[in-house]
Design a protein around this ligand. Sequence first.
Ligand code: NAD
Length: 482
Amino acid sequence: MLRYDNFIHGERSPAAAYAANTNPSDLSDVIGEYAQGDTGDVNAAVFAAKTAFPAWSTSGVQARHDALEKIAAEIHARKEALGNLLAREEGKTLPEAIGEVTRAGHIFKFFAGECLRLAGEMLPSVRPGVGVEVSREPVGVVGLITPWNFPMAIPAWKIAPALAFGNCVVLKPAELAPGCAWALADIILRSGIPAGVFNLVMGQGRLVGEALTRHPDVAAISFTGSVGVGRGISAVCAQLGKKIQVEMGGKNPQVVLDDADLGQAVELCAQSAFYSTGQRCTASSRLIVTDRIYPAFIAALQARVQKIKVGDARAIGTDMGPVVSQSQLEQDLEYVDIGRSEGAALAVGGHPVDCHTGSGKKGYFMAPTLFVDSLPSMRVNCEEIFGPVASVIRVKDYEEALQVANDTPFGLSAGIATASLKHVMHFKRHAQAGMVMVNLPTAGVDYHVPFGGRKASSYGPREQGSHAQEFFTTVKTTYIHA
Ligand code: NAD
């Protein structure tokens, strides 16, 4: 059994305890044993980062650019192997996993360029003979806390800007996906960055995450995960005066209007709801469909969902891999019971699947599940399920569709399928979401533009694209009298 240590000050750092991580497609396949860090490990990692900060933050943009370029090149060169690890560990299909790894490489490449594009401003002062310069500086030691569902891309979109703008990092990945974080850390540490600039401490959120959040030498926390944990971290950071960026859950609406192209609308709804086994913050589990197209839409969507082949994430021909864990599977099945008991009509799925019939292998497989004739007030339409469960809501017209779409505490992504420019323009302005998709699935995939939401989905500055500098730098205003 392979053991994976933490990385502190550029070295492998053994931990007091290790935990086995298994493949959700095959529970007999143990991927490795991963360090379970403690407060001592967090203290050592933060100390290493703090010690490395003065030199790294003033090392110049060429060194940072070169390191990020090198990381990007290795990720891209090894995308098949890394994608294989991702699919094995998290359970998304191999093509999706390779796609995510490719995106992680693009993110490092993009931020290699951003090192060179960090601009400031020069303004005349209101006092004659005085100039004013507005510049950006690194924040210091940043703690990055990430979820399991995008175990390469999300760490990448936090680490890359943090390093690009001269910060030092301690990464705390999710318990369910330490393998991807370890592989990424291994690549980063071979890129030529000085010891201590990047550190990895794996382990429990309530121990390692909590210690990182509360550490006095950590200047900023960037978190992605659930609303409950995100709000708790935000409260602690506010109390301790730390900079905070939290990206959390979603209950994303996908509106389908009468004039939509039926085939296109069905395909994008199937992708929004069931890609990555529905385990995406941007997944759409609320399909809001207007009256006239409703009967044809649900018939066609039902047929499309029935065709989704559930199976081992790495098997050729699998459309949808397993759910990530036993507890997530139980939660998904509980929501099926809740939907039924509230009166939604179960049209497809709603049950676990045995994908290894006769082989003795077990995994957390669940059939893609579709409710129809559901009401906006039902719990399946109000709470984030985070699994392969979607519900269709019938509405009268566009106005009602918009009202239902916005009737949620969340505000991450919102989609509309229509041929009407008038409705597109209105929806774009009035959808209460950080991202709007027109005739596209609800996922936000581009790596060079901001990603994030509103309302209960997000708090703090946006991630990705040039907007990432807002969180990972701090502004200084200098008055100069020659
Ligand atoms: P989670 O909140 O359980 O865990 C996220 C991370 O926080 C993990 O690393 C965990 O160990 C850590 N953590 C847990 N308790 C902590 C504490 N008390 N202090 C500090 N850290 C702690 O979320 P998850 O189950 O890993 O991920 C699923 C959630 O993430 C969903 O709600 C999903 O919508 C959300 N998500 C959001 C986005 C986005 O960009 N908005 C992207 C992906 C996932």
